[in-house]
Design a protein around this ligand. Structure first.
Ligand code: DCP
Length: 164
């Protein structure tokens, strides 16, 4: 039993604590299976970054269609029928498959990028400062970490533009 279930804390925490993914599939597994799937069909030629990005956005649209006009829905999707919930899983999978494919086409090591980004997020949004609030990091006066990153990116862009 989870700690929040023991304490009888909010149902939101209980649901989140109890829900877990299975751990038998890595991002690298998805990348290599999708690569093989495309290679076997002679489709790699059709999967440069922009095409894959557009395919992914299309799948985000299909996922959104399953939620549109329902109003807000409850965690765990109890309002959905079983077939509808299966569809949600399929569309989420399409999005993930294309996302991983896109990362491969861009030569981005997605697990490393995700780890690094989550570390950055934790620095930008320190628990004590933002707990319970959803303001953008830039609205916090002392949030220097990300503002300097944004400044760095801007500087790099300007230097790149100047060298053309
Ligand atoms: N050129 C393609 C076509 C398909 N796929 C793979 C990745 C997706 O996971 C899935 C997408 O297939 P569809 O385009 O048939 O889309 P759906 O499965 O969403 O079908 P539908 O649009 O009928 O809901 O298949 C792919 O990698 N490259």
């Amino acid at each position: 039993m989870t700690q929040s279930a023991v304490n009888g804390t909010s149902s939101i925490n209980s649901v989140e604590d109890e829900f877990r993914f299975s751990t038998d599939l890595s991002l690298e597994d998805i990348r290599s299976d999708q690569h093989k799937f495309c290679e076997e069909r002679n489709w790699l030629q059709h999967h440069p970054p922009r095409n894959v990005l557009l395919a992914m956005v299309g799948e985000v649209g299909e996922l959104s269609e399953l939620f549109q006009w329902r109003g807000e829905v409850t965690r765990g999707l109890p309002e959905f029928t079983s077939p509808e919930k299966v569809r949600v899983g399929e569309e989420l999978s399409d999005v993930l498959i294309y996302l991983v494919d896109l990362a491969e086409q861009c030569h981005i090591d997605l697990p490393t990028a995700v780890r690094d980004k989550m570390k950055k997020n934790a620095l930008k949004y320190p628990v004590q400062r933002v707990s319970g609030k959803t303001d953008k990091y830039s609205s916090y006066p002392e949030s220097k970490q990300e503002t300097s990153d944004v400044g760095d990116i801007q500087r790099e862009r300007e230097e790149a533009d100047g060298s053309e």
